[in-house]
Design a protein around this ligand. Sequence first.
Ligand SMILES: CC(C)(COP(=O)(O)OP(=O)(O)OC[C@H]1O[C@@H](n2cnc3c(N)ncnc32)[C@H](O)[C@@H]1OP(=O)(O)O)[C@@H](O)C(=O)NCCC(=O)NCCS
Length: 200
Amino acid sequence: MPSESMDPRRRPSVAVRELRTDDWEAWSALRLSDSERLAPWDATPPPGGGETMNSFPVFVRRQTRRARLGEAMPLVVEVDGAFAGQIAVDPIIWGSTRSAQVGYWIGGSWQGSGIMRLSVAMVLDHLLGPVGLHRVEINVRPENVRSLALCRGLGLREEGLRRGYMHINGAWADHVSFAALAEEVHGPGGVGFQRRLTRR
Ligand SMILES: CC(C)(COP(=O)(O)OP(=O)(O)OC[C@H]1O[C@@H](n2cnc3c(N)ncnc32)[C@H](O)[C@@H]1OP(=O)(O)O)[C@@H](O)C(=O)NCCC(=O)NCCS
């Protein structure tokens, strides 16, 4: 964690685990303190669809149910045991598609430290390896320079601009689409995302 009191030579311990209902306190404290920074990138329910934002316990219960069905993977990034951010693998589509979309956010204290890049690398390796997906996608608003840098830094393939792809912060927004295929990272000559980072 890049706090001033911390020894900068010490590497923090980074873990990715499932989201739980008892994350509520840490989650709400972080979302409250960082609301201004996160709001421009937050997905919102489009008007007229009848969907509303769920309370945290309802959200976690629904996501856990969907995780059991293999439809989503709600994850938490922990740094030195503290709740630092989230990674949402949602939706996961099986059948002849075998693909997933990945989204993420991290608290301001950890932003710019490479922790989210490492966490996303771990999740992509897991999805395209043991989970058995064929394709993962990350969609980023063209204005989101940090997220674009994260995807480019990982060497994800840029596939172009999707117009009005997602409803973000109250309006439909264009997104730059990044993707990776299992054979690109695990096939002959391919290396996993975590190994790509250690080769930098
Ligand atoms: C997007 C987000 C998760 C990125 O997290 P982060 O901590 O900055 O990411 P990392 O430090 O792991 O690395 C990201 C890259 O941004 C670079 N970066 C750091 N500061 C930067 C800045 N001010 N401007 C541009 N790029 C920057 C890093 O050097 C790194 O690039 P590299 O791989 O070429 O070295 C974080 O900014 C965030 O939570 N934003 C709000 C929510 C959000 O935008 N979610 C994503 C929606 S698609």
